[in-house]
Design a protein around this ligand. Structure first.
Ligand SMILES: *Cc1c(COP(=O)(O)O)cnc(C)c1O
Length: 426
């Protein structure tokens, strides 16, 4: 064991503060990162990697982007936290409303988990109904109600449910396969007038990337309307990933509530839940649904968010370039695999992508699980050895940023080819 991991393991379970960082599912040890810039992360041995984790999404501009760092530095001089309203919060809210017309009113929190947990509480409070629907393999943070059949980290570690969540809570969560409207319809019929909301990643990112089939999101909207239930889009990962806005903007499907995180905080702890003003007015102090936070809307985090969104907004070709980079990388990886006779599937939404080691299409969690995770492990290790830092799980997305250069792509594709060759010959 590396001396870093050995020491950290004395203090933290698995030596880490979030399970996927421990690299358990790929059977190796994580590098400890000391700094990052642009498309690169650098470990404690001064090894520099081309990074496709992007701090799990937030680093869409690349690491340590100048205007974001400067905004944080400047803001920090005014004091770190006041526990009182500030004008910068309103400034960020205006930027968010402009990007997400489906959000009329919102609240800032500190993590995606807090955002989804609060959105679910609000949906239950607003409808006065107990049940929620989520998708098998959908991840909405680790709140008790939402950690049922929760994909990614949980899937990677093969934890069936999660000890510590009472049956009385878990039983209020109804699970359906993604992309299956018929299943949602049945659940609504079985639990008539009892379902508060359906929460869904409009493009899944936590079973690996899985896109919705044509008409799926529209179908969910209609089923929720027919049953007077709320539709919650969890855009913590997809928000600002494929466009300056979310999947709701691209598909023109209007959720009642939306959750955001990751990019919106520019690498600082900030997340958002919001939506219809009449629903949001149920939140305290306007209404009876309680939710609060000592560090919510923290001015430094808000400053990082504002700087990130302003940068994204001011560069009118940012998303065009980002999508073209992502497409190039996808094509390059698919070609490299084909040339070496390795069967893979790629699913992509904007600048998030998963390479699945299977020859059948991946449309839900069941089909994602058909992927050959041993092949994935070889792929991951082969790439890490070649200084390409990928998410250490088959069931995660890799993230491309605006800082990835043509040269980065060429190197990545070359190393992918070398890795596929190595896999084939073993
Ligand atoms: C990352 C993520 C969350 C949880 O956010 P945290 O900030 O890690 O708590 C929730 N939902 C989705 C879709 C996510 O990708």
């Amino acid at each position: 064991m590396s001396k870093e991991l050995e020491l950290a393991s004395k203090y933290f379970p698995g030596g880490v503060n979030s399970p996927v960082r421990a690299f358990k599912s790929v059977g190796c040890e994580p590098p400890f990162i000391k700094s990052a810039y642009g498309s690169r992360v650098i470990d404690t041995n001064d090894i520099e990697y081309i990074d496709y984790v992007g701090t799990w999404g937030p680093a869409i501009l690349g690491h340590a982007e100048e205007s974001v760092i400067e905004a944080v530095r400047r803001k920090a001089l005014d004091g770190l936290s006041f526990g009182a309203p500030t004008m910068v919060e309103t400034e960020l809210a205006q930027l968010i409303c402009d990007a997400f017309p489906v959000i009329q009113k919102m609240r800032f929190v500190s993590s995606g988990t807090e955002a989804t947990m609060s959105a679910v509480r609000l949906a239950r409070g607003f409808t006065n109904r107990p049940y929620i629907i989520k998708c098998d393999g959908g991840y909405h943070g680790h709140g008790d109600s939402l950690l049922v059949s929760a994909g990614s980290g949980v899937a990677t570690l093969a934890i069936p449910g999660c000890p510590g969540i009472p049956e009385s809570i878990a039983s209020n969560t109804l699970v359906v396969p993604f992309n299956d409207l018929e299943a949602v319809k049945k659940v609504f019929e079985t639990h008539k007038d009892k379902i508060a909301a359906m929460i869904v990643e409009p493009v899944c990112g936590n079973m690996g990337v899985v896109n919705p089939k044509d008409g799926y999101l529209q179908g969910l909207r209609k089923l929720c309307d027919d049953n007077k239930a709320l539709l919650i889009f969890d855009e913590v990962m997809t928000g600002f990933r494929g466009c300056y806005g979310g999947v709701s903007k691209i598909t023109e499907v209007t959720p009642d509530l939306t959750t955001l995180g990751k990019v919106v905080g520019g690498g600082m702890p900030l997340a958002v839940y919001g939506g219809r003003a009449d629903i949001m007015s149920m939140i305290a102090p306007d209404g009876p649904v309680y939710q609060a936070g000592t560090l919510s809307g923290n001015p430094i985090a808000v400053a990082a968010g504002i700087a990130t969104l302003k940068k994204l907004k001011s560069d009118h070709t940012f998303y065009l370039k980002l999508l073209s980079t992502s497409e190039k990388l996808e094509k390059g990886l698919l070609n490299a695999a084909r040339e070496e006779g390795i069967k893979i599937q790629s699913n992509r939404y904007g600048a998030m992508m998963t390479i699945f080691f299977t020859d059948s299409p991946v449309t839900d969690y069941e089909s994602a699980k058909k992927s050959d995770t041993q092949m994935f492990t070889k792929w991951f290790k082969g790439m890490l050895k070649r200084k390409i830092y990928l998410p250490p799980s088959q069931f995660e997305a890799m993230f491309i940023s605006g800082a990835h250069t043509e040269a980065d792509l060429e190197k990545t594709i070359y190393m992918a080819k070398e890795t596929f060759k190595e896999i084939k010959n073993n």
